[in-house]
Design a protein around this ligand. Structure first.
Ligand code: MG
Length: 471
């Protein structure tokens, strides 16, 4: 009795053991084990069926909602976001009505497969019912990631599908809601994504809409920039502005830093609003070359006209370091404009160097061989490391403007003095950025900093103004 109460099912008392009894008990126990195994398998099977959309093999609504609430409660980091993407096919009812449900079903299968190919595989992708699908994107640092994936999905659906010999043109409307920005509740997120999807439909279908207006505004801005960036070079919409650079005595301009601007829909855009997008869409390679040619041609022209030896500083993006023919291109431009290579300084940020490391060192050595100089930009912001000054072939260090802005503070003043002494001892040239008043200019003079730029002297100016006021 004790044994049964404790859960034992097959047992024999020592005094009852005989060969036949033992055999019977073993057989019974084996049979019971097999039965339990079958039960477990059929439970797993039933669970899978209950969570699976039979038509597409995706998760169904039930499994999706479970996963959504689990993902929300287990969101590991506070600074990470989750995107709930909801989409359905535009005019799907028409397909069903015209060609029948069988064709409609096959079309849904094709759509599921196309979208699956856009995903990495660790997302949750479900068919919620009818032609409505949902995806959970997890662990997002920024919304750009969600935008990228969503655009891939939209493009993968926007096509003509061939189903059983019938060509069907399809597109989708996509709504996105973001955790925790829009809501921390799963059901609410679904509702918001639905509202966003409805708005996408109203805007003319084949669209992406974020639930929140400000996210939508950002998305549209980015979308428009990306869509227009490619043609902007051909339409001649980019211009270079030039910020004068002054020597220690602050008297005569000795060179310029070329800074790109984009005349986009009557607004002058600064590089921080489009360079990253140009990098993502790889327009940066062409754009970067345009900047190099333009800047060298311009300063060569000024030097010839005014009989000067002004230098030019050109900013390079990290991605350009991987452009294997860029060195040859630069050489050609130098030859074309007969511009002394020693008057050209390429500015690189520390992040650019770190991303590529060995490739960067090779690239910089090639630039050095041409006779060009290399400056480390924005030093003193972020995680500036002294080791990089020795590991990379650098000629110049540009002190970040944020240092100069607060140079009246005792601690920063000590830091600038220490930095200047160190850079001098490493035989590096120093450029101080962000000189905005006499005080910071006098400090640079006192510390023997070789070059200065900032609003105290001049902001970046267009070609006409430089010609009228600076040269
Ligand atoms: Mg710069």
């Amino acid at each position: 009795m004790e044994c049964i109460r404790a859960g034992a099912q097959d047992f024999l008392l020592k005094s009852e053991v005989t060969e036949s009894r033992l055999q019977r008990v073993i057989l019974q126990s084996q049979a019971r084990f097999e039965l339990e195994q079958k039960l477990q398998n059929s439970y797993q099977e039933a669970k899978k069926l209950a969570e699976l959309d039979v038509l597409t093999g995706l998760a169904n609504r039930y499994a999706f909602e479970e996963a959504l609430s689990l993902n929300i409660t287990q969101q590991p980091r506070h600074d990470e976001k989750l995107a709930l993407i909801l989409f359905d096919l535009d005019n799907f009812k028409y397909v069903n009505d015209t060609h029948g449900h069988n064709i409609g079903d096959q079309l849904l299968k094709q759509v599921a497969n196309s979208v699956r190919a856009c995903l990495r595989g660790n997302e949750i992708f479900a068919r919620l019912g009818g032609d409505e699908f949902a995806i959970i994107l997890n662990n997002l640092r920024t919304l750009d990631n969600a935008t990228r994936v969503t655009k891939r999905i939209l493009n993968s659906i926007d096509k003509t599908c061939n189903v059983a010999g019938i060509d069907i043109k399809i597109s989708a409307s996509i709504g996105i809601a973001i955790y925790p920005d829009n809501s921390v509740n799963g059901q609410e997120l679904l509702k918001y994504a639905d509202i966003a999807m409805y708005r996408a439909k109203k805007l003319g279908r084949n669209q992406i809409c974020y639930f929140a207006e400000e996210m939508q505004a950002k998305f549209i801005e980015r979308y428009q920039i990306e869509a227009n960036l490619l043609g902007a070079l051909k339409r001649n919409e980019f211009v270079l502005h030039y910020q004068p650079v002054y020597p220690t005595d602050g008297k005569q301009v000795i060179g310029f830093e070329a800074l790109i601007r984009w005349n986009f829909q009557n607004t002058l855009l600064f590089p921080d609003s489009f360079i990253e997008i140009a990098e993502c869409s790889r327009v940066i390679f062409e754009l970067g070359r345009w900047v190099i040619t333009q800047a060298i041609a311009q300063v060569a022209y000024w030097n010839a006209k005014h009989n000067k030896t002004l230098s030019v500083s050109i900013n390079l993006s990290a991605l350009q370091l991987s452009d294997s023919s860029l060195i040859d291109f630069i050489k050609t431009v130098i030859d074309t404009y007969q511009f002394p290579a020693r008057l050209i300084e390429f500015e690189l940020t520390e992040t650019a160097l770190l991303e590529h490391d060995n490739q960067s060192i090779a690239f910089m050595s090639e630039l050095n061989k041409l006779g060009c100089r290399i400056a480390l930009d924005d030093f003193g912001s972020g995680f500036s490391s002294v080791a990089h000054l020795q590991n990379f072939p650098i000629d110049t260090v540009k002190l970040d403007q944020s240092l100069m802005f607060v140079c009246h503070e005792t601690k920063t003043l000590a830091l600038i003095k220490g930095l200047a002494a160190m850079l001098h001892s490493l035989d590096l040239n120093i450029v101080a950025e962000g000189i905005e008043n006499t005080e910071s200019m006098l400090l640079c003079q006192q510390l023997n900093i070789q070059r200065m730029q900032g609003y105290y002297f001049s902001k970046p100016l267009d070609v006409k103004t430089i010609e009228a006021k600076v040269l």
